[in-house]
Design a protein. Sequence first.
Lengths: 244, 278
Amino acid sequence: MPGWLAVYTRELLILRRRFWRLLLGWAVAPLLYLIAFGYAMGQNVIIQGHTYLEFLLPGLVAMASMTQAFAIGSEINIARFYWHIFEEIQAAPVSDAAYVLGETLAGVTRGLLSGSLIILLGALFGIVLSYNPYFWLALLLNSFVFSTLAVALAMIVESHADQALLNSLIITPMAFLGGTFFPMEHLPWWAQKVLYLLPLTHAAQALRAAALGLQPSGTSYLLLAALGCLTYLLAVRTVRQAQD
Amino acid sequence: MIRIEGLRKDYQGTQALQGIDLQVHQGELFAYLGPNGAGKTTTIRILAGLTRASAGRAWLNGHDIVTETLAAKKQFGLVPQHLNLDGELTVTENLLIHGLLHRLPYRTIRARVEYLLDYVELTEKRRALVKHLSGGMKRRLMIARALLHEPRILFLDEPSVGLDANIRRRIWALIKKIQQGGVTIFLTTHYIEEAEFLAERVAFLDRGRIVALDTPANLMAHLGHWAVDQFTADNLQAHYFQSREEAQRFAAGTAASFTLRRVNLEDAFLALTGRKVS
């Protein structure tokens, strides 16, 4: 798929130029969650045999990687509506699949970086969990799902305001309901059924199980991989349709 | 070479292009002249693969733009009407990305960047962020970018729009230089003097149709070579003459104020369509 490297390189150059500002932005919200929910409120709370901070940290990794991988949609919109760069790519001999791959990799890179940042912040709070290959695979899949979803939706939106609306409708509810802050078992059965449909729920569960040294459920990995493939194909389709 | 057959484009009931047939020869500098909304940009967008045609076909150096899209896209460079550079990247980075989009080896990109920055006189700005460049510099950078992969066809959509007269002249000189290198240039403009100065052949486009296609000299010849604009209280009427002497004799005999000038493409367009280009 020729051309993906150009798309990915462009995003990396922008990421490099804004790296420290972005890092600061990525750190603020998780740091506040760690202080407010983990350190202040949850100091004496034990969940499933672990401190609340230990419970919370993998959830924050899932949430941050989701948010930052999905944020590639905003970058695409800036490129489309502000710089008009999308036309430069459309006029080049680059296939739709290659374009999606380049942008997806950029989103995944952001997801992995933001997840790693949470791990570092956790270490500052004295929390060091088991960051094994299962953990990184779940982080990768989570970033992949939300990155491809962001590319697909970025082709449908028609303004920056639409993009902000998507964040409010998709990302914010999922961040709070996808098993980030509390165990799903605390919810009524019907709510659990609904929330198990969310990809973030599976990502948070897989990340938490891996980080706490438990055996993660293979189903979560399979579901995330299958959903990632579907959203990737959807993204290729919406990019193709972006030609008016 | 560019070949277009029966190209049509409908936008929600509006016919932006109503069956364009056209052939632009290898190495030719061809101008597509028409007022805003005539369909100039739509034609270029279809040829560049940015917009789908409603009907018709087009080939770029023999490659069908629909069935051989990627091969067709390798044939051309595009300078769109609006600025579409990445303002957050430097001049060199913008060119690097373009080179990678066209799968050029890194060493080739570096050499081409050096050459083209010198060609468009932007070497000193190589490390500047694009958002800090002037409008004329951005336009020259867009031309350099479009030439980076050494295309045989260059689409220029209103290349000098919004630029002052001095910078416009520099852009024209650059376009002439590019054509002398054997590149086929398809230029859209609504500036009469741009088409006259640059083009070997001109197509008049009006409401999605080509109403005339010939050399600038031939398009103007049937009107004559000289014009007298006669100003009356509520009107301006142009009269055309083969020689300056005839025009001067006519002007001397008129009581109204007048201007004596050479016939231009605007006159030819007006005579054919009843509308002005600009």
